[in-house]
Design a protein around this ligand. Sequence first.
Ligand code: HSE
Length: 331
Amino acid sequence: MKMENKEQEIKAPTIIAPPSGGRGVHVFAPATVANVVCGFDVLGFAVNEPGDEVIMRLTNKPGITISKITGDDGRLPLDPAKNTVSVSVQHYLQSVGRTDVGLDIELHKKMPIGSGLGSSSASTVAGLYAIKTLLGDDADPAKLLPFAMKGEEMACGHGHADNVAPALLGGFVLIRSYDPLDVIRLPHPAGLYCAIVFPDVDVPTREARQIIRQKINMKDAVTQWGNIAGLVSGLFMQDIDLIGRSMKDILVEPVRSMLIPDFYKMREIAMGMGAVSFGISGSGPSVFAFTKDEETAKLITQKLQQHLTSIKIGSNIYVSTINDAGPKVLG
Ligand code: HSE
C-alpha cells in the first residue's frame, strides 16, 4: 500500500459513537521484531506473544485520562501528555475532528519494557486500534500508522515504523520509504518459527540508536543491500536457506552486540542447534533465531536461557510463528 504521510488526509469516521455510556473495548497488540537483522529501520514482523493490552472506555468529559497501568513497575507515566498511548490517540482524535470525545485508558503491559521487542509500539498500536474500534472507524488500519509513529518519536526520539507497522498490520512488513510513507506487506514461508530470548538487561532504544555509526562506506553498503534484497527475495521465494544466509548485518550489529551479554556465544549455540539465522531483535537486548520447526525453536530458547542463567542473567523466552493478524479485539 502506498500512503502519503499526511495526517489531515484521514477522514472523520462515518459511524460516530455516543460520547458516553461507559462503552469500552479491550484490545491486544503484538510484540514485533524490527530490523530483521539486515534491514535497519525498514523491516519488521509481528509475533503471537508477548504483547500489550489496552482497555479503553468512553467517558462524559472530553479529554483523555489514564486510570491504570499494570506490569510496568511504575516506569510509565500516567500523565496523558507524557504517555505514548494517549499522545498518539490524541493525535488521531485531532485529525478526525473528535476532540469532544472523553476517554479513559487502562494499559496492561504484558511484555518487558526496553526489551527490543517493540514494547512501546505494542501499547501504542493497542490504543489506536481501541479508539478506531470505539468510534466505529472502518478506515484501513494502515491509516493509523502516522499516529503510531508519533508515539515512537516520543518514546525514543525517532519515529521509525519497523515496529509499529507490523504491530498494526500483522505479518512481515517493509518500509520502502518514509517520505512519502510507503509500507509493503511481504509474504513469508509457512512454518517459519521464531525463537526469542530477552536477557534481562536494559538497553533503551534511544541510547542504542545514538551509538550507531552515522556514516558507512560503499563496500559495506553493497554488502548490506545485497543481504536485504536476498532476504526479501527469500521471503517471496519461500526459500528459508536464502533467508538464513541473507540475515547478516555488518553495519549495526557489530556496535549494538556489545550491549548484549554473550551475544556471539548465544549465536554460536543457536546456530549449532540448527537455527536458520540469529540476530538482535530491534535495538536489543532481545535476540531471536529463525528455525524450520517449533521443537528446534523451543530447544534453542531453553539452551540460551540456561546459558544466561549460568552467567547470572535472568531472561524471558518466547516461541512463535509470524503473527499475520496484528491487533485483536479481546472484548
Ligand atoms: N529500527 C529500530 C532500531 C527498532 O533499530 O533502533 C527499534 O526497536
